[in-house]
Design a protein around this ligand. Sequence first.
Ligand SMILES: [Cu+2]
Length: 312
Amino acid sequence: MNDLSKWMGMPLDASGHGVAIDVMMSWVHWLMLALFLIWAPFFIYCLWRFNAKRHPRAIYSGVKSKISSYLEGGVVVAEAILLVGFALPIWATIKNDFPEESESTIVNVIAEQFAWNMVYPGADGEFGLTTLTKPIQIDSSDPRGNDDIIFTNVLHLVKDRPVIVNLSSRDVIHSFAVPNMRVKQDIIPGLEIPVWFVPKMSSSEFRRQMAKTMPISSDERRRALYAPYRWIAMQDYPNPGDSTMLAEAGQRLSTRVLSRLYDAGITEVYASPEMEISCAQLCGGAHYSMRATVIVHDTQEEFDAVLAENSF
Ligand SMILES: [Cu+2]
């Protein structure tokens, strides 16, 4: 009753505030269902009851009964409860109660047509300047940026550690949408807009829940469709013919890997998608391609190791 997210086709909830949002959405849907079940039959009843044959002349004095006013009052009260009791408290928490910076992962996410630049401040905790080149780079004239790290289209986070994302745009309006984290925020050029959330599910847990057996298409063009969805193999695929490895567990299933599997006679893979960031504002011709992967590490050490690997 409280949580319809499974039946509404909501993406898997991996966010600290996800339950609150899903419960609110569920109650909104219950109210809409109740209204639909009352209003729709009433509307059809009125079509029949007040048809032109039986009532050739309209009555201008209107309805005398007060029932409809009471019903409307009831709907207003229900909507007020949803707004004041559910929506506003959640909104206030998400917009006002930011976590301690010292206990959070802080990332500057700079959106551009058509990519996501994730900038981490490095060991000194301070962001240096970035260049206006495409893709964005660390401006070497600013010493604060010497240890900064940039990832393109991959956001690395740590499970249970709050993350503060400072959103900005280099060009047009974009929107930072992470359905699994129940986060969506427009990005306005010229503004820096912070959002925060807590990933409560790591990528490995997410993959275990989402994994399924997928057929590999015999059509090469269809196989190419998997690649942008960033599906990854959940088990090793050794070549049945010899001992070489066609795909390892955790490896991204690119078109090339899928073709290699298919050519070796493997027609289905056990695979999982990754959590994803998409742009939710139509921002140009290749808007659809503006997507990134969210990797939530199980431990801080794992996260630190990935960042260290990618620092210069
Ligand atoms: Cu965009």
